[in-house]
Each structure stands twice: as structure tokens, then as C-alpha cells.
Design a protein around this ligand. Sequence first.
Ligand code: GLN
Length: 488
Amino acid sequence: MTPAAGAPTIREAADALAAGATTSVALTGRVFDRIAAVESRVNAYLTLTQDAALAQAAAADARRAAGTSLGPLDGVPLALKDNLCTRGVATTCASRMLEGFVPPYSATVVERLAAAGAVFTGKTNLDEFAMGSSTENSAFGPTRNPWDLSRVPGGSSGGSAAAVAAGEALGALGSDTGGSIRQPAALCGLTGLKPTYGRVSRYGLVAFASSLDQVGPLARTAEDAALLLEAIEGYDSRDSTSVRRDWEKPLAALTGDLKGKVIGVAEEWYGPGLDPEVRRAVESVRPVLEKLGCTFRTVRLPLQDYGLPVYYLIAPAEASSNLARYDGVKYGRRVEGAHLIEMMKKTRSAGFGPEVKRRIILGTYVLSAGYYDAYYLKALKARTRLRQDFEAALSACDALLSPATPTPAFRIGEKADDPLQMYLSDIYTVSINLAGIPALVFPCGMSGGGLPIGAQLIGRAWEDAALLRLAHRYQAETDWHRKAAPCA
Ligand code: GLN
């Protein structure tokens, strides 16, 4: 019954805890045993918080013994991407710039998980400031894919994905600006959700591109993802883009009926760049959903080709502005200079890695006088058109089914020197962030070489729960999500 790497799912752990069949201290101990066994090869974590985790686990066990359990996540060991602020625990964004930075407050999502009783194993590796698709842009060394250690786990939430796939945590939070939850989920055989923009608080998530960033779950199953989403979602007055409204709750939605649901497929997604094995795996989802009562139809998304260029104008523009705060004055690294400007130059030259510098330069360029209208403003207009493109397709369908990535996991180093090739691995994910709508990735097959393949379901704004329901029902019919990463 236990899937990948012998670790239980969150649901299995929650049931075992509720039944008194295990304790959180035992569960957490086993997760740290697993970390001790594989972490030197996987490098999923930047910081481990074993002592605090065992204390949190003991507290969870005490609550349960006293009959005051906080619910299904009480005592469950989870990992946090290291761009989520954690009070008293280093938060580096995998950047030399924030090496040694210890935030005085926690992100809202971290507080909400803590209030649900979660045990925190540590902070996971990422591409520096979440900029990348392979976790190779970390200043502290790449994370390796537990399915094949010579390959990338995807990025930027590669540490969170690898930790869950390797059994080094039962679930994790990631962040997704252009695919950073979904692409690693696909490459590591996990279920990952990018929620509707505004559904999950960004307070305490270190900003990359604020109009695109969302926090979301990485887990083994859709049910686990629903458990995590239910705990973290909801209005937060500390995030000005947080939205207060009613939506279908993720857990209650899981068992609902799929009869009559219409799934759209766009020809635009099946162009020549798509690996035939990925194509076959994604197409194999259709008969399963049809059996469950869904019908399929072809839709058109004529503007899809603009997703990548628009994203790579808007995301760097926002990044260049967000990252202006790392000036050597307020926090993080500081390299002294003869005067203020020299100090800032030296600090930023030493603190940021090459990809972050590339984005800052690109973003500053497209925002500068004379280029703003031609690039940034034009990209904003194209973004609106892209969103309308999705709205039109989703007016006739309940969800869209697409590939998540063009290929399974690529080799470490394969794209590291070619930014454009790296950017192309986001081709199926970035336009969803531009549209602000939810999308969920789940495992749907394996390559001949034994690598997981993911499919993506895209939904209407606020209908995140509908995607979880589709994937949950799919997972009841299939066992791709139960395959174990060898982690050798
Ligand atoms: N890979 C994309 C980028 O490098 C998306 C990153 C993300 O979602 N944080 O911008």
C-alpha cells in the first residue's frame, strides 16, 4: 500500500495517526532516517530542522493523546521551499545574497500549516530566487532527480519535488510563477497545483514576479494536494492581492461526479517540440476520464505561441523591480565599498548569480524609457488577450488537458548554458500564470527510460477544486502516482 520510497501518503499517515497505529514522533523519525540515507545524493534540502521537527512531533502526539488533535495534518512531516519566510529559520532563496538571513516573521502559508499541526522537516533547494526550470541555478548546488540522479528534478521548486519523491517529506509547499510547482511535479512523478491567483496568500513568499507568483502544494496524490490546499488557502489581509470569496472546498469536492464534464484539448499544444512518449502518455488520460463520464472536445487557443515571450518580458520586468531591495543596506549580503554606489555595485555583483543578473538586466531594459511602450506595455496587452483566449476556451469546457512539459527530465548540465532552451521547458505552463487561472499536474505515464511523465489540467478561475476532483478520480483508476522513485 505504501507508494514511492516506502513513505506513506499524507492521507495514509493521517489515518494511521488518527487510528493510533503510529505516532508523529515515529513518523518524523522515519522521514529523518530516509533523509540520512538519501540526502547526500539528492540534495533536496538547504536547511534541515530535525530538532524542532521532533519537538513539533512530540507536541502533536501530546495533543492527540489529550483528544485535542488539530486535524489531518497534525503531526505530518512537510517540507517548505526556501523562498517562504520562516521565523527563526534561515531563508536563503538559494542565493548568496540572502545567505545567513533569518526572517523575523513567517509566511502566512507557514503559519497556517503550523496552526494545522504540521511538522516542518526543513527548507528545500530551488533555483536562485525561483528563476529557473532545473534547480541548477541554486547557489548551493543542484538537486538531483530521485528517479535518475544524473537528471534534473525540474525547477524552480526542485528541492520540494525531490524531497517528496524521495520520501524525505510526505508533502511540500512550492511556489509557481511560470511553472515552478507543475514542471517539477511532472519530472518527479508528483501531483502539484498552481492555485488561482489570489487564492493563497503571498505574504512572506519572497517576491519574484508579484503578479504571477502563487504558493501551492507538491504531493504524491491529488487527495494530499487537496489536504494541503485546504490548510493554506483563504483570504489574508496582509496580501493586498488576496481575494475574499466563496469557492468549492478542495476536500469535499474530491468525490463529486464527473458525468457530463467537458474537457478541451487544443491542437496548439501538440506541435513538433513535443516528445512522442509524452504525447502518448497525455493522450492516454482521455479514455480514463471518458470512462468516468467526461466528454472531450477540440478547442482553439490561437495565441499560445505568445505565452513564452510575454512571460519572459513581464516576469523579468517585475523581478528587476522586486530585486532592487537587495542593496546591501537593509538585509542580506553587504560588500563594503568606498562610497554608497560602489558598495551597492559590489554587493549586487557578489550576491546574485548569472541567471538572476540576466533577468534584472532584461527587466530593467524593457521598463526603461523609450522601450517601456514597445516591450512592457505591449506585453501587458498581449497578456490580456492570452487571458481572453483561455476564457473563451473555458466557456465551452470545464477544464483543458495539456502536456505539462515537452520532455521528461533532462540531464544535469544539458541546458545550463542555453537559457532559451531552458525557457522552452516552460512552454506549457507560463501562459496559465499570465491568465491567473488554476492548473494541476499529475503523473500519467512513464518513459521507456523509466522517467515519470505528467499531464496538466487547466481550469476556470477559482475552480481549483474541480481540477483536484478530476485528478483524484483519475488516480482511483490508475496507479502512476503509486510508482516509487528508485533514488539509487
Ligand atoms: N521556469 C520559469 C522561470 O524561470 C518559472 C519559474 C517559476 O515558476 N518560479 O521563470
